[in-house]
Design a protein around this ligand. Structure first.
Ligand code: AMP
Ligand code: ZN
Length: 457
């Protein structure tokens, strides 16, 4: 059976392109990892579900995938413009723990979230703090080639020296505001970025000696140095959230091109942001953790399902109604599959259509709708099951696992029903009384517009 061609939208050039790997049947891909100064929010996790989906689609297409992810545990400053404090040092002060402690703590919490979401562990996980030497060597080469200059505050990359700087973001260099005003006095061009920052008079917890003085690496250099170490000078795919286009990935491309004379990766893919009430989610502002979703009685894979209902290149607005609908759909799906007999084989027609969707720039919403189409089709029941479970190698929804329905006792559901009725009739005192009873019994009721969900406390 011929399979649909694998195509991705390449941010570099803004075109839908056929995917051709450097080495036959092998793919090297690098996805920017978390900055571990706080818990990941569900927006970050949307991006890591995308990373996992890409990996699974590549594997489904027969590629042997090397998936590298860094842990940013130093050097990511509060502002993308090389100003402000290091997020790790700020987090350390906030939590009254050392920067090293919080890095390990939040890294662990991050991987716990990934596991809950059935995200495969990367082939290589590398921490920035454990690759300082590689970063210093990278900067030394840039220095030798004449791309760096020194200011009182650090070693900078001179973007003026690279004629096509900004090609990923289609940056209009001339039109760029001297946005990075504070440091502008010392920088030659507004787009120049720090490769190494000096500790100066501030005592830092994370600092290292270097040929230029004691300090710490910039955020962009860590990814380029580690990606090269584990994947080589040019690899297949580089992925991150959309915020990485104008600064982080633009700068990675620039420094790699300056040092190696080649493009760092052939395909650049970017996941669009998850929003919360149409607002941007960020660790320091409006935020929500996966655990907050789970506390309300949702299955983590209901969140995974929700993210698959929208294309990765569109914004997704998170709502409780949305995750509730996803949970209902996932439960229905699992129940239907559990009723189907084993022993079937894959249906060629549906397999072909599935490849058409997933191979066309990861069209997961279409792939998901195929599931329902297949269930309604006249394909033999056992073959339906075999085909759906084969699809699930890409969805990662554990469709063959029995749904662990939260066992909420009927009398508690009844109390919550009564409470909703009281609220509708505006008998609020009575409604509160009923809520107290539910809480006394060890359950929590969460309002959802015109309905509710219940969870164990
Ligand atoms: P950080 O931990 O801030 O370094 O971000 C980790 C990853 O999450 C990066 O690839 C970001 O681009 C991505 N990201 C940040 N905010 C969001 C969001 N609201 N929605 C989706 N991805 C995000
Ligand atoms: Zn990165």
């Amino acid at each position: 059976m011929t399979q649909a061609r694998l195509q991705f939208f390449n941010t570099l050039g803004r075109t839908l392109s056929d995917f051709v790997s450097i080495e036959e049947n092998k793919v090297g891909f690098y996805a920017c990892g978390p900055t571990v100064y706080d818990y990941a929010h569900i927006g970050n996790l949307r991006t890591y579900i995308l990373v996992d989906t890409l990996r699974r689609v590549l594997e489904m297409n027969g590629y042997d995938v090397t998936h590298v992810m860094n842990i940013t545990d130093v050097g990511h400053l509060v502002s993308d413009g090389d100003t402000g404090e290091d997020k790790m040092e700020k987090g350390s002060r906030k939590l009254n723990k050392s920067a090293w402690e919080i890095a390990l703590y939040f890294e662990k919490a991050f991987f716990k979230d990934l596991k809950k979401l059935n995200i495969k562990h990367p082939t290589v996980v590398c921490r920035a703090t454990e690759h300082i030497q590689e970063q210093i060597e990278f900067i030394l080469e840039l220095e030798e080639k004449g791309f760096t200059y020194k200011t009182p505050d650090g070693i900078y990359f001179d973007t003026e020296k690279l004629p096509d700087y900004g090609k990923l973001a289609l940056l209009d260099k001339a039109g760029l505001e001297a946005g990075i005003r504070v440091a502008m006095a010392e920088k030659r061009n507004p787009t120049d970025f720090a490769l190494w920052k000096f500790s100066g008079s501030t005592k830092r917890q994370m600092e290292w000696p270097s040929p230029w003085g004691v300090g710490f690496p910039g955020w962009h250099i860590e990814c380029s140095a580690m990606a090269e170490k584990y994947l080589g000078k040019t690899f297949d795919i580089h992925l991150g959230g959309e915020d990485h286009i104008p600064v982080h990935h633009t700068n990675e491309i620039a420094q790699c091109e300056a040092k190696n004379g080649t493009i760092q990766a052939n395909y650049w893919m970017h996941g669009y942001f998850l929003q919360l009430n149409k607002e941007k989610i960020s660790k320091s502002g409006v935020s929500m953790r996966l655990d907050s979703v789970l506390e309300r009685g949702y299955n983590p894979l209901a969140y995974r399902y929700l993210t698959l209902t929208s294309h990765y290149r569109s914004h997704l607005n998170f709502t409780w109604e949305g995750v509730s609908g996803a949970q209902t759909a996932l439960r229905r799906l699992k129940k239907k599959i559990a009723l189907l007999p084993d022993g079937g084989k894959r249906d060629d027609g549906f397999v072909k259509q599935f490849f058409e969707h997933i191979n066309r720039d990861l069209n997961m919403p279409k792939a998901l709708s195929l599931v329902w189409k297949l269930l309604d089709s006249d394909v033999a029941p056992a073959n339906k099951k075999a085909t759906l479970l084969w699809f699930d190698q890409v969805f990662g929804l554990e469709l063959d696992k029995e749904e662990l329905e939260e066992k909420i006792p009927q009398h508690i559901v009844k109390l919550a029903d009564e409470r909703l009725q009281m609220k509708k009739e505006r008998h609020f005192a009575k409604a509160d009384e009923l809520r107290d009873k539910i809480v006394e019994a060890g359950y929590q009721v969460h309002d959802l517009g015109d309905s509710f969900t219940l969870s164990k406390m």
